[in-house]
Design a protein around this ligand. Structure first.
Ligand code: FES
Length: 319
């Protein structure tokens, strides 16, 4: 865990708090779309996307790629009054306060071989998209952005405008979104990739539009900012080392079921954020619900705290 100090706080718009965190020196580098797990109570972490360092010319310093050897981490967090308490804790932070966070983890990176990048952000989902846009602007990549935000709640909209210029389309009325998505995906050149961060409805709308436009699934990427529940359809986990079978009920996580069976398994955040519980999967398809494993790590691994066997499957774990 990183020991960090709050250097500054700001309120870019109603209900959103921006926090600048520093360490004792340069902080670990991170790719666009990465997040840190911020500890808001002992052992409880929430994932928050890292946004680029603001500069007088906008959030894209021209001398260093965004995220390389940063002196500061910047987060923008929407207040969720009815949440478990993570966002309330962040909104109460003041300069000088100490916080702990995981090193950055990348689960939503740009694809280097893409010919063009279509970035779609809903609400506070603008944060990782801003990091993507800063990266593409820095390297001169081809990209465009669709930003969907409610009137008056527009964190980082001006920053995105500074980066994307006329490549930014904005919608404050949800009814305008389907046509804008359709236009962006049907008009995109061959080998474009689309990246969405926002509420489940927006992610589903992008996926549906991509399907209709005959995009292959590999070119459609998403990062939900609402935690997936750890519960779902019952399944069985087979523990390879002992040969034991553990039944996982509908209302519990795999980690809960292992605890109940007396099987020791590492864990920290219990939210699919920190990676502590990631375990090798020897057989069986997994429904991944974490935000820690990259696409290339998902084959053969699962986060025990949130992910489950795909419906009708049994998973065999190297436990
Ligand atoms: S305990 Fe953190 S990812 Fe599972």
């Amino acid at each position: 865990m990183l020991e960090l100090r709050v250097a500054d706080v700001a309120t870019p718009c109603a209900g959103v708090r921006s926090v600048t965190l520093v360490g004792d020196g340069p902080l670990p580098s991170y790719p666009p779309g990465a997040h840190v797990g911020l500890e808001w109570a002992p052992g409880r972490l929430n994932p928050y996307s890292l946004t680029p360092t603001p500069s007088p010319r906008g959030p894209t310093p021209r001398d260093l790629p965004p995220g390389l050897d940063p002196e500061e981490y910047h987060l923008s967090i929407a207040l969720r009054p009815d949440g478990e308490g993570g966002s309330r804790r962040v909104h109460a932070l003041a300069p000088g306060d100490r916080v702990r966070a995981t090193p950055p983890r990348s689960s939503f990176p740009p694809v280097g071989t893409a010919a063009h990048h279509v970035l779609v952000a809903g609400g506070i989902g603008v944060t990782p998209v801003l990091a993507h846009a800063a990266w593409h602007a820095f390297w001169g990549n081809s990209f465009e952005v669709l930003l969907v935000q409610r009137p008056g709640v527009t964190p980082h909209a001006a920053d995105l405008r500074a980066l994307a210029g006329d490549r930014l389309a904005r919608a404050t009325d949800r009814t305008a979104v389907p046509a804008l998505l359709d236009e962006a995906l049907r008009g995109a050149p061959w080998n474009s990739h689309v990246y969405t961060c926002g509420p489940p409805g927006l992610i589903a709308a992008v996926a549906a539009t991509a399907r209709r436009a005959h995009w292959v699934a590999d070119r459609v990427h998403a990062e939900p900012f609402v935690h997936a529940p750890a519960t779902g359809t019952p399944f069985t986990a087979v523990l390879r080392r002992s040969g034991r079978e553990v039944a996982v009920g509908a209302g519990e996580s795999l980690l809960d079921a292992l605890d109940r069976a007396g099987v020791a398994a590492p864990r920290l955040c219990r939210q699919g954020v920190c990676g502590e519980c990631v375990t090798e999967v020897a057989a069986g398809r997994v429904e991944h619900r974490d935000t820690v494993l990259g696409d290339d790590e998902r084959d053969g691994h699962m986060a025990l705290c949130v992910s489950r066997a795909a419906v009708g499957e049994t998973v065999e774990l190297q436990l």
